[in-house]
Every structure is written in C-alpha cells, then in structure tokens.
Design a protein around this ligand. Sequence first.
Ligand code: ADP
Length: 474
Amino acid sequence: RYRLFTLRKQHLKQSTAKNRKIQKILVANRGEIAIRVFRAANELDIRTVAIYTEQDAQHMHRQKADEAYLVGRGLPPVAAYLNSSEIIDVAKQNNVDAIHPGYGFLSEHVDFAQACVDADIKFIGPSPSIINKMGNKTEARNTAIAAGVPVVPGSKDAISSYEEAYEFCEEHGFPVILKAAFGGGGRGMRVVTAADELPKLFETATSEAQTAFGNGSLFIEKYIEQPRHIEVQILGDLYNNVVHLYERDCSVQRRHQKIIEVAPAFNLDPDLRERLTSDAVRLCQYVNYENAGTVEFLIDKDQRHYFIEVNPRLQVEHTITEEITGVDIVQSQIRIAEGASLKDLDLTQEKILPRGSAIQCRLTTEDPALNFQPDIGRLEVFRLGEGMGIRIDSASGFAGAIISPHYDSLLAKVISYSTSYNQAIRKMLRSLSECRIRGVMTNISFLKNVLTHPQFNAGIIHTRFIDDNPELFK
Ligand code: ADP
C-alpha cells in the first residue's frame, strides 16, 4: 500500500512535468515506419521532422515530413541512424519536443531514451528503466516469474561456458536453445539437439551475439517443439493503467524472423486467449509499463503458454492490431507521451473490441530461389494491389526508386482486413496477384505459396512450418 502511495505521488509529479502538448516530433528512423509516424502526427496537428543519410537522400520518408535534415555525414549508412548525440542535436536546434524511435535502430537503446529525457525531449516509448529491464532477456524472464507468468524452463542468469549449458541439459534434456541475452531479430540463437554440438554452437552464438549486440552473453532455454508464436499488444499510460489490444499470431517465420502475421490468432481456444491477455496485462502492471509494448509467448502442443520476451517499442506488425481494433497505436503512443490517460483516450478494456480478421505480409526484395538473398537495383515498375480492405505501409515503392543494399529488404507491408480469416486470405491473394514489380526480385510467389497452403488455411501453423515445407520455395 505504501509502495502504491509513493508510486502514485511519483506519477503525479511526473505527470505535471510530462503533461505537455507535443508540437514537433522527430522520427529517429527511416522507411515505412518513419512515414507511419509522420502520418499519425500530422493527423494530430503536430509538425514532423525527418532525418536522412546521404544514402537515403532520394528516399521517400525524407519527402513526407515537414522538415528534413541530413545526418551522419561520412558515417556508414546504419551508424548514421544510431548516432544519438547528433540526432539529439538536430532535435534541439530545431525545437523538437518529442522523438519517436520507430522499431530497430535506437528504439531499445536505454542511453538514447535517457539522453532524450536529459535534453527535455519526450521519448515516445517506455521509460529508460523499463527499456533497461526488458532489454535484458534474463532479467525480463525473472520479472515474468516474479509476476507469476509462466516462462520456458531456462537458466536464471547468463551462462558463461558450454559446461554450464551442459549441466542445464543434463537436468532438462535436449533440445535446448541458446539465446543472446541482449538479442533481437532472431539473431544470436542456436538450437542444440545433442551434447556434442554444444561447444561449437556455444562459441558461434557467443560471437554472433558479440558482433550483433556488442554483448556476447548467452542464456539457455528448453527448446519448445513446433510452438505457435502468439503475442499480446499492450498500451499503458503514465498512471499504471494497462490494457491489451488482443493478440497476433506470428508463427510464420523463417530463421526465427516473422514473415506473415495474423490478428486475432485463428482457432485460438478462448481460455488460452484469456490466459495470454491477462498474463500480459499483469506483467506490464507489475513493472508500471508505459506506452506501447508487446508481450511475446510460445504455445506448445498441449496448449501451454510460456512467456519469451517483451518488446518495449512499436512493432512491425502493429498494423493488423490497428485493423481489428480500430485503435491507432501510434497516435495512442503520442497522446500517452503527452500525459493522456487511457481513459482520456477512451481506451478502457471493455471498449476495445476486436472485429474481423487482418493479415500482414512483409513484401521484401528477398528472392526465395536464391536462399532469400536481398536483391538490389532500380525499380522499373512498381504497382501494388489496392482496393477495399487493403492497407499498404511502404516507403521504397515507386518506379525509379533505387533499392540499395544498405538497409533492410522490406519493400512494403501489405495488410488485408476482412470479416473472417479465410476472407482476409482471399483478399491478400487478390492484392498480391495485382502487384507488378520489375527491377528487383521479390518474395511474392513465396507469400502466395504460404497463403494457399492447406495448413495455413486451416490455421495449423507453428514456427517450423516453412522449414518443414520446402515446396513453399517453388
Ligand atoms: P528475438 O528477440 O531475436 O526475436 P525471441 O526470443 O523473440 O527472439 O524469439 C524469436 C523466435 O525464436 C520465436 O518466435 C520462436 O520461433 C523462436 N524461439 C525462441 N525461443 C524459443 C524456445 N524456447 N523454443 C522454441 N523456439 C523458440
């Protein structure tokens, strides 16, 4: 009770400081997500600022903001978007009062969130302490345990040698999965099926984690066979109110990376849905979660659910949740950062009702015939299939655009919405059939193969679906 009292007092204090209408938002990102945020801000009558690199000088996100500034002169293309001190300088020089980090790049960098706070610029996302807690996967796991949320059996802390991993396997058996404690994007993970593989895989996972995340520390979990990946979208305000916006099924994955997402999860047992959403809310309340976030779970064949991680940021697949709930998640993020309560936003749990079904396909320049290598070149023709129930979030798509090797291979997110799962599939297929893209290879034929697969149509999908069905690559 005392803790609650002090927390409330703290929040009240913060809220007077935080309760300030945002005038100008800088997006510390590029591509479709930068444009997504500009659009949300524009509709809220907020001025928008883009940053772009030399490599992105012709890129569309630069044109879609009210102001745009070149950053990272002489820096490598990705480093330029990670150069937080320069980005904050640009913000200060141009009277920016809030920064949205998008996803990837600086979105989960505690130091960046803290630097924004120090510069008296609102960071549109959770507080630095929450990012810190969730960014470390072992700490996030331990927090979930403390909040009474089931986790995959795993090591409590980081493990420092393969011998230590071996001890875990002796107790829990194979297969296991080694994971980067500070990882993301499916990197730094290795599935280990037998003891003799451990030393080598421990070494490669450590070095991959070190290169990708600047920290080689690993932990170990029991590998769940053929799980569904289901995640719950969360919104929390600054006053410890948390709601969920139902779930997304992201089981269609390749190399632990999502390709097609569905909301709500098709064929999900209502009791399981209830457990997932209530556990997600409870965990977020436990840490006083602020702003948008996602709580990710794996579901095993016996319908048991296990927490795997929290993503303290906007996700690529937030769009399908917006389609089924009618809630603009980015605008909610902005309003929450301004100090609005969920109630002010009319976002009380009983008012959030999912309707229909939505699917998102990540249309990329990856060529399935060439082991999904990203293709590059000049887009000669670029036409997507629009029409009722189709939403397209894209940045690179226009005839003449140069697809460079510097950034990710996403060409467009194609989102279909309809009354039922099968209708949403039909709509997506119709849209993809209308696409005409020349100049680079795409994954459209692969996406269509998944969408027409009987297993996908029946909603019987687990994370090994793509690996187990090589005919999808044809
Ligand atoms: P990242 O942060 O890199 O995305 P996650 O922990 O979210 O990593 O896991 C990504 C994917 O890896 C999951 O969706 C799932 O397919 C697979 N995965 C992670 N942990 C396990 C596990 N314990 N058992 C089986 N698959 C797992």
